[in-house]
Design a protein. Sequence first.
Length: 278
Amino acid sequence: MKVMVTGATGFVGRHIVKQLLARGHAVVAVARDVKRASEMPWFDSVDFIACDLHENFQPLLQAGPLPDAIIHLAWPGLPNYRDFFHISKNLPADLAFLEAAVKAGVSHLIVAGTCLEYGMQYGPLNEEVETFPTTPYGFAKDVLRKSLQFLQSEKSFTLQWMRLFYMYGEGQNKNSLLAQLDRAIDEGQSTFNMSKGDQLRDYLPIKEVAENFVLALENPQCHGVINCCSGIPVSVLDLVNQRCQEKASNIQLNRGYYPYPDYEPLSFWGVPSKIRLL
């Protein structure tokens, strides 16, 4: 299958491209920075297109035969979830690109969503739970999904909405929790500042995230919202302690230094109802 991946050099994208190639798919990798892309181990195994689809996506739909599917990950500005540009810039740009792709003849879209679409809802959250986003990022993603569902009434295509929860692994944002912890340990710092750590979250290694995307791609009968998660609630403190054990570190945890984020509930996790069936 020929698959286009936007945001191919990002945290999620680089691993999805690797997994697609391992499964024998042909990949058209899309990213803005050629230099960064050239540093990827898979660069010589893909067709690469340098493109900022928010500026001009037309080259993506004119570069030879259309792909069988598009895995759309590109979304600038993360992890700033509160900025209005998610609504004013990212949402209309992404919708314009995906609508044009469908109307050009692309019949299969796999789009990255977010657990922030659920808003301040507690406990286990399955794909049928209604969304109530409370951040511009969560709202923009939620509206994009609903807009694509309306588009399906005009044009027949498969939509798989991969709702991402929390991820970790190689290539993660340098300001993410585990990346900061690793840096503190590697630099020999004596303490690590963190929240109290009682939050329950749903964490999935990035390798499994990539595998889930490719699994969904290869099973288009599983469509609509798909929770991409472990289904296992883990406290932030337990996650941190586990990493400290893995790195044989006795770094002191300064719990309570940071307040809890006010845009997410204290305890929530996903229910991967659909992924479990594949």
